[in-house]
Design a protein around this ligand. Structure first.
Ligand SMILES: [Zn+2]
Ligand SMILES: [Zn+2]
Length: 206
């Protein structure tokens, strides 16, 4: 004969009184107002969970709709800024690629430019090429159009003459469609974060 386990006393979650439950599924004491209140609270929790789920769904939906409205030019900008962000963290601490002066990495989006060796205007197909982009000062990049003569000397030092010449001779025609731009954005966002973490860990250890 199976003997039912003697139920242990429980504390009612509503009124805090101790009671001996009839069975294991009894959650509250024998007062009906406690069991009603318990059900009410359970339902409220369920509703809240449901609402959070809906809110999350609609946020995803809104994001999806926004993405659908983006043009190739929007994606291009976002891809470029992800690449530039990657360059910032990759070159973190290095001087201006052209004039060699120290750069102020403490200020994001001002003191350090992502300077293209072959400009975005004349070599659009190289605008995401990481050998073609290096951290530079605002003066060299914007006022001196890259300050290309010392840029070249230092670039050879940094990546080697073969790569520099390959860049200079690369005139291939490339079309970047939206799918490609999205991929560039997501890959470089990830790589930028990775480098950012590495740099910060290094700075904290120093
Ligand atoms: Zn109770
Ligand atoms: Zn400079």
């Amino acid at each position: 004969m199976l003997k039912a386990k003697k139920p242990k006393p429980k504390k009612c979650p509503i009124c805090d009184k101790e009671f001996i439950p009839r069975n294991t599924i009894q959650k509250t004491c024998f007062s009906s107002s406690c069991s009603l209140e318990f059900v009410r609270r359970q339902n409220k929790l369920k509703d809240e969970r449901e609402q959070r789920k809906q809110a999350k769904l609609s946020r995803a939906e809104i994001r999806k709709r926004k993405e659908k409205l983006k043009t190739a030019s929007d994606w291009n900008k976002e891809a470029q800024s992800a690449v530039n962000r990657f360059i910032f963290w990759r070159d973190y601490g290095k001087p201006c690629i052209a004039c060699g002066k120290p750069l102020n990495y403490g200020v994001r989006g001002g003191a350090v430019d992502a300077s293209h060796y072959r400009s975005r205007g004349s070599a659009r197909h190289l605008r995401f090429n990481v050998f073609n982009i290096h951290a530079g000062c605002v003066r060299c990049n914007r006022e001196l159009s890259g300050n290309i003569i010392p840029y070249r000397i230092n670039l050879i030092e940094k990546i080697g003459i073969e790569r520099v010449e390959r860049l200079e001779q690369d005139n291939s025609v490339r079309r970047f469609d939206i799918e490609y731009l999205k991929r560039v954005k997501s890959i470089f966002t990830r790589r930028a974060r990775h480098y950012e973490k590495l740099r910060k860990r290094y700075l904290e250890a120093a």
